[in-house]
Structure formats: C-alpha cells, structure tokens
Write a new protein. Sequence first.
Length: 406
Amino acid sequence: MACFNTLKLEIRAVEKIFGKTHERFRTITSSVDELICHFIGNNGQKHEITANITETYPQAPPVWFTDTDDAMVTAAVQMLANTTGHDNHVVVQVQTLVRELCKSHYLPIPSADLDRLNREMNGDVSSTSQAPSNTCSSSSGCSSKSGSNTSNGSSDDNDMDYEFDDDEEEEEEQEGDGEDDDEDIHIDLEEEPPNKNKEKEGIDGEHIATLERLKANQRQDYLQGTVTGSVQASDRLMKELRDIYRSDTFKRGIYSIELVNDSLYEWNVRLKGVDKDSPLYADLITLKEREGKDFILLNVTFKENYPFEPPFVRVVHPLMSGGYVLLGGAICMELLTKQGWSSAYTVEAVIMQIAATFVKGKARIQFGANKVSQSQYSLARAQQSYKSLVQIHEKNGWFTPPKADG
C-alpha cells in the first residue's frame, strides 16, 4: 500500500484524538485497509461511517460510505469523494468530515481536538520524516506530489498547518541502497495477513477464488491503464460482494450472483426465494416443471458513482405481469431512483426489497407468452421505461398503497 508507514502514523493520530469515548466522533476499529467511525449526532444518535483505504492511496482518497439514512451525514460523506492531492490524506479527510458533520447538525465543532490532531501530525511527521523506514517502497506507486500547493482549497477551511513530506520521501527512495524497500515490504507482510484472513472468514473456497481473481484483474487493469469504473465504486462493490458471500440469505439459496464477464459493474441475480404463500411462488414451481428454471433472472448494472446513485435493475426472464414490472423489464420502485436512493442501501437489501415488491404487486409469470412477447424484455426498452416512470413520478410524486393492499 502506498506510503504505508505514513498512513499508519495518520491512523494512529486519528485514533489518539478521536478514540472510542470521544463525545462527538469516535474511531471504533482501524487498520491500514479500513476505518470505521461513529458520529454522535443530536440526542446521542450514532451514525456509522466507514472508510476503505485502497492501494492507490494517497493518490486517491479513501472511499467513504455510511449506513445511515440521515441526508446530512450522507452529504458530508459525499464531499470527501472529490478531493485531490494533500486533501486525500486520512487526517485531512477526518478533519473535513468532523467539521461538516458538526456544522450540518448545528453542533459545536471540537476545535481543540482538531488543533490537537494538527499538533500530533506536526510532531509525528517532523520527527519521522528523516527516518529511512518512513519512505515509500518503490513498489508502492506513491508518485503523486501531495503538498499543500495541490490542495483544492478545503484544507484552508480546516486550518491545516502541516505538510506531508512526499518530496523528501521520493528523494530518499531514489538515493536508498535497497534496505528501505526490504524493511517496508517486511512491515507490509506483517500487517496484511490478519486483514486478509478476516476478509475470508465465512466465505467458501469457490467464492474466495472469485474475489482473488477480481483483485488480480483490478491490479492488471491498473497497470495497463484500462481501469473500469472508479476506485470508490470498485471498493464498495468488492465489500458488498464479500458481505453477500458471507450472508446467510445467500447461503440458503434465496438468491445467487453471477458476475457478467467477471465485471464488478454488471451482475446477474437469480432470485429464487419469494413468499411461499404467494401465487408467484407457485408460478416458480410450475416454471421449474416446464422449463427447468426456478428463478427470476435480474440484471443489475452499476455506474462509477455508485453507491451515490442507485444501480439499474431489470427483469430478464421470465415474462411477468403485475409486480410493478414495466415494459422492457424495468421495475417501478422509488428505491431504484435518485429520489428514493440512499448510499446506505446494500445490494442484498435491494434484492430482498425487489422480491417483496413482486409479491406486494401480485406478480405472475406469463406462461402463455410467445417468443415475440418475451423479446419485449431488453435493456433499451427497460431504460426507456425507467426514464418515463422517473419523469412521471418527479411530476406527480409517489403513491404508497394502503397496508390492506399488502
């Protein structure tokens, strides 16, 4: 990981100032890969916020996301996706986040603690910047200059008065005799295995192999300059895929996942589990008897700004009536629009909500449909239907059926 030792200093400083007992912002767990924090809002409400630290750090900022429905928390987190240079560093991001969260919730900003974080980093960086062990290894990819001159301006608001000595580190790296690289590699290997083992807990061998293959593909694409999507979206989707592989719902066969052409950005989901008391469940049994298929095939695509925009979901097979399934296979759900979406939603939660919506909308499989009717389901038709429904609901709002209707 780029600038591994500097990153450890940053995390250590954040943990020291914003520990588990801090009144407003708490570091719950931390590693060189992930930071999990709690923001304590009004009335003591806790909002969990997670940062994934990627291999391209600090050239790219950590990927932040939250599991809260609080729009102000989500907005503060989204701000961190657009930083560059100096502002990509963990300590700067934490300072920005704390300030924005407190401002948006009309809470006192813990300025004294933010100043302490400044002093903590000043002391650590100035005392360690000359140490050989704090340089980046040649394999780390830390080639960007992240001094204050490359800031996008937000660091001025944070009153940051320290700098990261990336220029010094690069010079030491070039002048070193190779011993520093060995030391960094040794530290890296000491830190990573526990995290890797933790990532694999609860996942079977087949799916571990899939995750490793995806990581290898990502590294190869990065080296070749053919990266698809964004670091932010890729890291979130990798995390979601790991969570799905651990999920009891997934393991019980309620649904299954297939990545189209090994792409994180397009999934085929086979939905098998619906309410057993529903007509749709009976239709799935009939479908298996007739066609040997006992699932509803959904196609899910993600954009590079996921999770801040919803995935696009459509039904591929079988042809259905009711269930809020539109022409082309699009699905009429507010949750799948920008208006109803939250970055806190997970893919599994979306899949299960779709299953419930099918039942609620009294979906049925059209067994008598001919090939011409089945061809109505296509990506182009689904996208057009989706655009139309968004326009209609933006104008007229969304209708929530009474509970008596399911």
